[in-house]
Design a protein. Sequence first.
Length: 258
Amino acid sequence: MLAVKFHIIRFAGVPSTMDVCRTMALQGAPEGTTIIADEQSTGRGHDGHKWYSPIGTAVYLSVLLRPSGLTSRDAHAQLTLLGALAICDVVENIAGSCDCHHRAQIKWPNDVMINGLKLAGSLAECSWSGAQIDYAILGIGLNVSTDFSHAPDSLNGRATSLTNAFNIPLGVPYVTDCLLAAVEARYAELYSSDNNFAHDYASLLETVGKKVVISQKGTTVTGVATGVTSTGRLVVATPKSVVEVSYGELSDASPPKL
Ligand code: BTN
């Protein structure tokens, strides 16, 4: 089992916790260095998207990892997946504690959704020395009681928070603690040969069975998602063949026409 010891550094506001964490990684900070901010001025998500980061109503954190045993290029996908699973674990714990029935689902690869609305996301950024990971930064944004009335139009009707979903008051410090505990537990699983990542990820993935359009650099993959590999690649049946997709932006996921 691999344990991560968190060294938490808190900021009132930063451009992005990812950048602060990367600077510290380059200065030799140890694994577990965790940057937490009350707000971000240029929070970022996948594919160059901005991450809406207003003050005091959400968790914005980045954890520095040095998973020396991970050599495969799939390590990046595994860490993204780890983040999404940890968020789902938090939702499950909260649902259990208030006897609510909401369940988080994952929209491939890393969007955590409740009731079809985006609740949270995870972002992994890796630095490589040859085939070896030098360091990785796992960033997570989780909406706790976010007010979306001043959010960009692109989020209109598409995002939610834990408070909205569960209709109970929840504090950012409490959710942060739950999230760090979940990251710690999932990270400990990472090297274990009988880890539940693939099984848990597949069972939480809402994308399987749907028609998908995945935009990649300059191309798109269109077909029906039929499954997911143990490393988080989406298996897509296109009109010509079955392909495994490791990255890209899912721009459409509707039920297949029968
Ligand atoms: C996504 O769903 O696209 C991933 C979103 C990740 C957002 C978090 S918030 C904390 C950390 N700092 C950032 O700038 N991004 C990540």
